[in-house]
Design a protein around this ligand. Structure first.
Ligand SMILES: CC(C)(COP(=O)(O)OP(=O)(O)OC[C@H]1O[C@@H](n2cnc3c(N)ncnc32)[C@H](O)[C@@H]1OP(=O)(O)O)[C@@H](O)C(=O)NCCC(=O)NCCS
Length: 338
């Protein structure tokens, strides 16, 4: 039974059942990833940036004889942003290969089509059944990144302290748990705009103008994801020369997500990349004692960043692929196959 589902007013039992399915999916497909927790899961599924919408559907088993509602065995949601819909689908391992995944994608794709969006994008984790699934329904691979994971128990903290101090004269580092202060937002946005021209095809929205940046930090907080920011400030100009962002999600607080790291072109060559990332890890060690790992995603061509990550102890883990499809073609193909 597939129906539209709004996590905002779903029962706690439904949220808990979805969490069970998500954790069964992780155990089957990504057994080394930490299980998710219920903390802020509803908010994670509900909150979006201004101007974006997320629409969800669930597949629920039949109620039991005593009327107890059936488990949530599958879910799909699509985030409508810009001119694309970003899709996520999951099906409990016990009920896979019965056509449920395809049915869920068709329901979401029909809506995306009706809403006038042209294409659908999806992030697909390498070496999981999702690769064959999306390829079988006509998605094509656009872009591949490598996910790497750092196990904090392997870190040499004294070496890291030296790295954090190894920054060129004329710069200093500042750490901002929760996000940069408002007086630095404009300089922060200017630094982020640096990489705007590098169209890396990412599905994750980036924030380049000050208001969008404030909205994005606010959205992270509402979703239960705590940002930490380390900035390298150029003392002479007051400009942000480099920045790195890590988020500790309430849903999996033992594994943080390393987001953007940017060193502004004219400030490259002063050890800023290494220093800000090392300083970030030192901060996380004291501020988040429950944290065990940090994961990050990099373009395979980004050799400089991969080298610094390797020095810090990050180990490549999985391919992370972006696939996309033309919505009209997808709907016609799936309808024809029914
Ligand atoms: C990808 C996924 C949604 C597929 O769900 P499903 O219900 O098993 O998919 P369907 O039964 O509709 O399969 C449709 C077609 O996809 C292909 N396919 C699906 N799984 C496959 C697999 N393991 N191997 C090869 N082909 C596969 C087949 O062509 C299949 O058709 P067939 O069964 O008639 O041969 C499911 O495996 C899943 O939830 N994966 C996790 C998704 C995810 O988000 N992972 C990342 C975070 S953990």
């Amino acid at each position: 039974m597939v129906r539209e589902w709004d996590p905002r007013n779903a029962s706690s039992a439904e949220i808990a059942s979805l969490l069970d399915t998500l954790n069964a999916v992780l155990a089957a497909d990504l057994p080394e990833d930490p299980a998710w927790r219920e903390n802020s899961l509803r908010e994670y599924l509900t909150e979006v940036m201004p101007g974006e919408r997320r629409i969800s559907w669930v597949a629920q088993a039949e109620p039991a004889a005593d009327g107890t509602p059936g488990a949530i065995l599958g879910q799909v949601h699509v985030l409508l942003l810009g001119d694309i819909g970003v899709l996520e689908v999951l099906v409990h391992p016990d009920v896979r290969r019965t056509g449920l995944g395809r049915t869920l994608v068709l329901v979401a794709a029909r809506r995306v089509y009706q809403e006038g969006f042209r294409s659908i994008g999806v992030e697909v984790v390498g070496d999981t059944p999702a690769v064959a699934f999306y390829e079988s329904i006509g998605f094509t691979r656009e872009y591949v990144e490598t996910r790497s994971v750092l196990d904090l128990s392997t870190v040499d903290w004294s070496e890291l302290t030296a790295m954090a101090g190894g920054i060129g004269a004329g710069y200093h580092l500042e750490v901002f748990p929760g996000g940069p202060p408002d007086e630095l937002i404009e300089a922060y946005a200017r630094a982020k705009a640096e990489v705007r021209d590098v169209d890396d095809g990412e599905l994750r929205p980036s924030s380049y103008d000050p208001q969008r940046l404030r909205d994005s930090l606010d959205c992270l907080h509402r979703r239960g994801m705590k940002p930490y920011i380390v900035l390298a400030l150029h003392e002479q100009s007051g400009e942000v020369a480099g920045l790195t962002e890590v988020v500790v999600p309430a849903q999996h607080p033992t594994r943080a997500d390393q987001y953007d790291t940017i060193v502004v072109q004219e400030h490259r060559g002063y050890g800023i990349d290494r220093a800000i990332k090392a300083r970030m890890l030192l901060e996380l060690r004291s501020a988040e004692p429950g944290l065990a790992e940090v994961q990050t995603w990099n373009a395979q061509a980004n050799e400089a960043m991969l080298k610094v990550n390797a020095e810090l102890g990050y180990r490549p883990d999985r391919e992370w692929c972006e696939y996309s499809v033309d919505v009209a073609e997808l709907v016609h193909r799936l309808d024809a196959g029914r």
